[in-house]
Design a protein around this ligand. Structure first.
Ligand SMILES: [Zn+2]
Length: 80
């Protein structure tokens, strides 16, 4: 009996740890709708995780490289 209790309490603590780590995963932002990569003018699909927000507008990128160049000088790629 004691052994069973030990295994159950072990499982409970493992799932408690797993639940605690969960909220962190939900923080990643994704592109809300299909758009255009302002750096290379390529079409970017909704749901991509390579996104940046500049002046309350969301931009999606085809690659990490494009996102990095935009983040350095967003005004270079956005025309008002
Ligand atoms: Zn690009």
């Amino acid at each position: 009996m004691k052994k069973t209790f030990l295994i159950i309490s072990l499982l409970v603590s493992i799932s408690a740890i797993a639940f605690q780590q969960d909220p962190k995963k939900e923080k990643s932002e994704t592109l809300a709708k299909n758009g255009m990569d302002p750096v290379c003018k390529m079409t970017v699909k909704k749901g991509t995780k390579l996104v940046s927000t500049h002046k309350e507008k969301q931009y999606g990128f085809c690659s990490k490289m494009c996102k990095e160049s935009f983040d350095k000088h967003p005004e270079k790629f956005v025309k008002n």
